[in-house]
Design a protein around this ligand. Structure first.
Ligand SMILES: [Zn+2]
Length: 85
């Protein structure tokens, strides 16, 4: 392969996945790539790039976490339902 410069490499950030794509500036990357932002318990932001497969898994995982968080957040009000403040 001849030498090619200025190519953008996409690589899934999930360790062990290994999905990669090389994109020439004149081309568009596959629409399967997704940038996500996660904020951990210490308010640290993480930016990750996922391939289509891992993004789908991530959405399912994140949906479950959202449900757990909402359940925890509203646990006191559901406990105190009907008792007033
Ligand atoms: Zn992946």
């Amino acid at each position: 392969m001849a030498k090619t410069t200025n190519i953008t490499q996409y690589e899934c950030d999930r360790p062990g996945c290994g999905v990669k794509e090389y994109v020439d500036p004149s081309e568009t990357a596959s629409p399967d790539w997704h940038d996500i932002t996660r904020i951990d318990r210490n308010n640290n932001e993480k930016h990750l790039l996922f391939c289509g497969t891992d993004y789908k898994e991530y959405l399912q995982f994140a949906e479950n976490q959202d449900k757990n968080f909402d359940a925890w957040l509203n646990a006191l009000t559901s406990k105190n339902d009907g008792k007033g403040m």
